[in-house]
Design a protein around this ligand. Sequence first.
Ligand code: IPE
Ligand code: IPE
Ligand code: MG
Length: 234
Amino acid sequence: MSAFSLPRHVAIIMDGNGRWAKNRFMPRAEGHRQGVLALNRVVEHAAEVGIERLTVFAFSSENWRRPGAEVKMLMELFAQSLSRWVKPLNEAGVRLRVIGDLTAFSDKLREAIEFCEKETSHGTRMELNIAANYGGQWDICQAAQKAQVAGETVTPETMKKYLTTADVDLLIRTGGECRISNFLLWQSAYAEIYFDSALWPDYSAKELDAALSWYETRERRFGRTSEQLTSKAS
Ligand code: IPE
Ligand code: IPE
Ligand code: MG
């Protein structure tokens, strides 16, 4: 893989945990637990290949609509995972951040988030953003509100300062659905979008490499013509 065409920011909609479990006559919770293991594999590989920033969708602002028991299970799994991640993330040089509206979370979960963010804050190899209670529309609104409070005119440039994360180069969705589900709406304006039928618990380095190879074949024109890009390169 040439460093030249490696995406700097990869975002992943980790979908398909429930179906993975259902296919095995297991409870959905098992799919989510296996999903965490898939995330661990992908984080390790992304850091190894040199991705600078990885943002993963863990819980959307719409996921509160799920049955109470599933929401509770997901919150517990999140808190437990945060404490387990500190050591391996530090070893891999990965800095963790949680993006989303954290006001909805329990004090205990917010403390676990703060602890993990602080403990991994010196990682310089890769930034891992976990999107939790995240919605792209919320992100845009909170950024516009912050710009307004700071007395700044809302422009694309000022918005960049206040959005939770930077522009995405490669957006991957697993689980076969072809929608964005209110993920990084602003930041995906020019993302290459890759839909993978693999269910998230089955995802590993091999699937990520396939997405990265596909990305390498894309011509990112940003409104220009192909000829303009070719003449610029030569
Ligand atoms: C993604 O898997 C995980 C979360 C949204 C928390 P799903 O739970 O949506 O799995 P499917 O789509 O039902 O298979
Ligand atoms: C999107 O998955 C959110 C996460 C992966 C966390 P969903 O499975 O909730 O998406 P929809 O509602 O089917 O679009
Ligand atoms: Mg789903």
